[in-house]
Design a protein around this ligand. Structure first.
Ligand code: AMP
Length: 449
């Protein structure tokens, strides 16, 4: 199928075409154009598709189509296995959207919330189940879920499933499913382990590759600032304030860092919230909804918590630190530049992270563009001339007024506030007391949104 294929040429049921039309989609994305007709024939599929490519509809639409052609039953006939709760919610939402005019019932189950509610819903009958492996096994163990009638199984974000150690759970789940079934396998990256899992899982699959799975979405501009670790909070505040960024997703590696970075941004007058797996499911969902609705500016998230986040029109992702696993970088930046929109990913890279940066560049097959670190001197903000990036980063930090000379960096954020901000260095540490009347504009201004 060419990329100009209309949805109507895919052979989907009328009710699905109507739902797609109502969702405002003009045309199938490349993965949809290739996977939907293939999946409708009942064949196994192995697709390399990053998040943001429209891969969810690439399996939800053919599932809804195929089940609508089968005899009605209240048994689970399609199961979508996903690595995280957020992705589970997202996929379930897609079934609700595309199945708006279909009688098929989709149910989602995941851990971290009360099981009783889920059991009650399951008892009402399910056609399509979206589940994380742990909770699914618990419910299967308690006999609330049986997979005897399963016809279609989807493994979504298989690479992440393995990263999160779900291999054994998956094997236990599959033991309880009929061997004769259709399998749809999706992964952003294909390491040796992922290929092995695909090999065990699939029978003569059709391979669908939209673009090099290890190349980051082409629509995302990627660059990095060389910066010492201790300077990351002020650089981040500076970039957000100076660039007047309104909606930023910031990635960190640990839960502790997520809380800390959100706190530091708040201290700098920037509305920020953290999400990670220690926060209750309810709180995570609410925080995400508030972020989508622009109630605050910066969402600081760990890799796990950010899985499956689908935020429309997210122009900017910041890697506060680089992920330990280079593949996670691709997942992170896949949060922006979705469905063909342009996006930007910025990384703050300390000298110790240079090796990780090199692995990422190798994975995405191109170097990340270096951004000149802003100089702040005598209240003047200007881009540094980077020839020796890391030593320049040090020089910039040594200038008076950098970091704890916060007024020079964030003039507009402090004005009109009662009480002097007390930064992480304590009250007034290195404070120059200078103020400016206009926001400094780093080199990046205007490109972030
Ligand atoms: P996914 O890669 O499945 O996470 O989808 C990324 C985003 O693309 C979601 O917000 C979808 O609603 C959107 N999307 C999916 N298919 C299309 C399409 N054919 N046209 C426009 N947007 C789409």
């Amino acid at each position: 199928m060419s990329n100009n294929t209309p949805f109507s040429a895919l052979g989907l049921d009328e009710s699905l075409l109507q739902a797609v039309h109502e969702a405002g989609y003009k045309q199938p994305t490349p993965i949809q154009a290739k996977a939907i007709p293939m999946a409708m024939t009942g064949r196994d599929i192995m697709a390399s598709a990053q998040t943001g490519t429209g891969k969810t509809a690439a399996f939800t639409l053919p599932i809804l189509h195929r089940l609508s052609q089968m005899r009605a039953s209240s048994a689970i006939r399609a199961l979508v296995l996903v690595p995280t709760r957020e992705l589970a919610i997202q996929v379930h939402k897609s079934f609700l959207t595309y199945g708006a005019h279909s009688p098929l019932k989709s149910v989602v189950v995941f851990g971290g919330v009360d099981m009783e509610e889920q059991i009650k819903t399951l008892k009402e009958g399910v056609d399509i189940l979206v589940a994380t492996p742990g909770r699914l096994l618990d419910l299967m163990g308690k006999k609330h879920i049986a997979l005897d009638s399963l016809r279609i199984l989807v493994m979504d974000e298989a690479d992440r499933m393995l990263d999160l150690g779900f291999q054994e759970d998956i094997a236990r789940i599959l033991q309880k499913a009929p061997v004769k079934r259709q399998n749809l396998f999706f992964s952003a990256t294909f390491s040796k382990d992922v290929k092995q899992l695909a090999h065990e899982f699939l029978r003569h699959p059709v391979k669908i590759e939209i673009e090099n799975p290890n190349s980051a979405a082409n629509t995302v501009t990627q660059s990095f600032y060389p910066v010492d670790q201790q300077d990351k909070p002020e650089i981040l505040s500076y970039l957000i304030n100076g660039g007047k960024w309104k909606k930023v997703l910031v990635f960190v590696r640990t839960k502790k860092a997520a809380n800390r970075v959100a706190e530091l941004l708040e201290e700098d007058g920037i509305d920020a919230q953290a999400i990670h797996s220690d926060k209750s499911q309810y709180l995570r969902i609410r925080t995400l909804e508030d972020f989508k609705d622009n109630y605050f500016t910066v969402l600081v998230a760990t890799d796990v918590a950010a899985r499956g986040l689908d935020i429309e029109q997210l122009p900017l992702v910041v890697n506060y630190d680089l992920p330990k696993i280079p593949q996670d970088y691709i997942h992170r930046i896949g949060r922006t530049g979705r469905a063909g929109q342009s996006g930007r990913a910025i990384s703050l890279v300390n000298p110790e992270e240079k090796k990780l940066l090199a692995s990422i560049a190798q994975l995405i097959n191109k170097p990340l563009e270096i951004e000149p670190l802003p100089y702040i001197e005598e209240g003047e903000v200007r881009p540094a001339d980077i020839t020796e990036p890391f030593s320049k980063a040090k020089k910039a930090r040594a200038k008076p007024g950098f970091r704890n000379g916060k007024p020079a960096m964030k003039p507009h954020s402090r004005q009109g506030q009662s009480g002097q901000r007390q930064g992480k260095g304590g009250p007034g540490k290195n404070h120059t007391g200078r103020t400016r009347t206009s926001a400094p504009r780093p080199k990046t201004t205007g490109r972030g949104r």
